[in-house]
Design a protein around this ligand. Structure first.
Ligand SMILES: [Cu+2]
Length: 443
């Protein structure tokens, strides 16, 4: 939950429309702070125009205060400790206690004033990716503003000219600062609440990190060989499920500030990409998909009608991105005789373990690992191990969830007779025969 300081930020200051000298003297709003990597309930607006708020996977929305007709937010750039999943914590840089930073929500036409305080050991800026704003508010250090030195607070002021889904991140030593986790999402709701409304609205940003087993700090110079593929700086089984009520219209907003593209796939449904960080896609240009590629430095938003109850995998389709820390330079041992190989390897390295001769399924295997290291794949389902890590979670579509109830509804109760099942084994290997000419394709 929010700290007490955070609550004051939302509630106590909402009527500060008259700017007195005293308010001026204390004009920087309090900065809310989050101490957990758990999805917080949607933050309904208590002032300004109404909207249906988003929820952030393993995250939260930054509270604001009204000051006259300005919406005021306060971001604090600072070192944070982020739990990627139970059993692994990483020292990152982020905002207001977590990485990624909180989601900023506003409404088309809002005037916003965003205070940014730098508590990092080096300078920073904030760039508002995709937003149509004056050049001097664009946050490119050196080009459009001086860098924000440690200990300083800068203010960004602009109007939210268009609705949509955007991102924020530094444009100041950005290779280091983004590898350290400095990023967040901005959602600008349409002024007209009847424009493409949905019942549930999820948002997250993807990042990648190289955190060697047993260590606590990303290697910021890594360019390609990452081992932590995260949604909102979490990996499976640490990523929140997406609980959805059967029949809900669902929106999922996905930002990508990693170093590669991610083809994001949802099972059991087809969806349409309805918005990018460039704006809303006209209905006439939408088409059905089950996977959408999210390029680097881009946002893809899809809308889906959740009309198929169940537990539906939702993941990046690059299979290495649904794994946690692993080496990528192992040889393929499938089909290699373990006996012969173990004998040969044993001469050279008596303690070596020969693995992988029948694949690498790990369901019943525990590998010793250093502290602060997650298994390559883990997670428990009602039928056994879920051999996934990284960018994987589950959309849980259920009948009868309450509006705005985002609690994990638990495993799906499959109706009888709807689960794939085993048949009695045949006495002998089933007979097989070559395809007869009659089976050959007619040309
Ligand atoms: Cu991926």
């Amino acid at each position: 939950m929010f700290s007490r300081r955070g609550f004051l930020g939302t509630a106590a200051l909402v009527s500060a429309s008259a700017v007195s000298g005293r308010v001026q003297a204390a004009s920087i709003p309090e900065a809310a702070h989050m101490d957990k990597a758990v999805m917080q309930p949607p933050l309904h607006p208590i002032s300004g125009p109404d909207y249906h708020p988003v929820v952030t996977l393993n995250g939260w929305t930054l509270p604001f205060r009204m000051n006259g007709d300005w919406k005021e937010f306060h971001l604090v750039a600072e070192p944070v400790v982020r739990e990627f999943a139970e059993g692994m914590k990483v020292n990152l840089w982020g905002y207001n206690g977590q990485s990624p930073g909180p989601t900023i929500e506003a409404v088309e036409g809002d005037k916003v004033r965003i205070f940014v305080t730098n508590r990092l050991p080096e300078y920073t800026t904030v760039h508002w990716h995709g937003m149509i704003i004056p050049s001097g508010m664009d946050g490119v250090g050196g080009l459009t503003q001086p860098h924000i030195e440690p200990g300083k607070t800068f203010v960004y002021e602009f109007e939210m000219k268009k609705s949509g889904t955007f991102m924020y991140h530094p444009h100041s030593d950005e290779m280091v600062q983004m590898a350290m986790g400095m990023m967040g999402m901005v959602v600008v709701h349409p002024r007209d609440p009847n424009f493409r409304p949905v019942d549930r609205d999820f948002v997250f940003v993807m990042s990648t990190h190289r955190v060697d087993p047993g260590t606590y700090l990303p290697r910021v110079n890594e360019m390609t060989d990452f081992n932590m593929w995260t949604w909102n700086a979490r990996v499976f089984p640490g990523i929140d499920p997406l609980p959805v009520r059967l029949g809900d219209k669902v929106r999922v907003r996905i930002g990508n500030l990693s170093m590669t593209n991610h083809p994001i796939h949802l099972h059991g449904h087809s969806f349409a990409v309805t918005c990018t960080d460039g704006g809303w896609i006209p209905e006439s240009a939408q088409y059905p998909e089950t996977t959408t590629d999210v390029p680097v430095g881009a946002v893809r938003v899809f809308d889906v009608l959740a009309d198929n109850p169940g537990d539906w995998a939702f993941h990046c389709h690059k299979s290495h991105h649904t794994m946690n820390a692993m080496g990528h330079d192992m040889r393929n041992m499938i089909g290699v005789s373990r006996k012969d190989l173990a004998k040969a390897v044993g001469k050279l390295a008596p303690d070596a373990m020969v693995m992988g001769q029948s694949g690498m399924a790990m369901g019943n295997m525990e590998m010793p690992a250093p502290d602060n290291t997650l298994p390559m794949m883990s997670g428990a389902g009602q039928f056994g191990p879920i051999e996934m890590g990284g960018m994987f979670t589950v959309m849980k579509i259920r009948e009868g969830l309450a509006r705005d109830d985002y609690r994990d509804p638990g495993p799906y109760q499959f109706p009888q007779g709807t689960v794939a099942y085993e048949v009695a084994p045949p006495a002998a290997e089933p007979a097989r025969q070559p395809a007869s000419p009659a089976h050959k394709m007619k040309m």
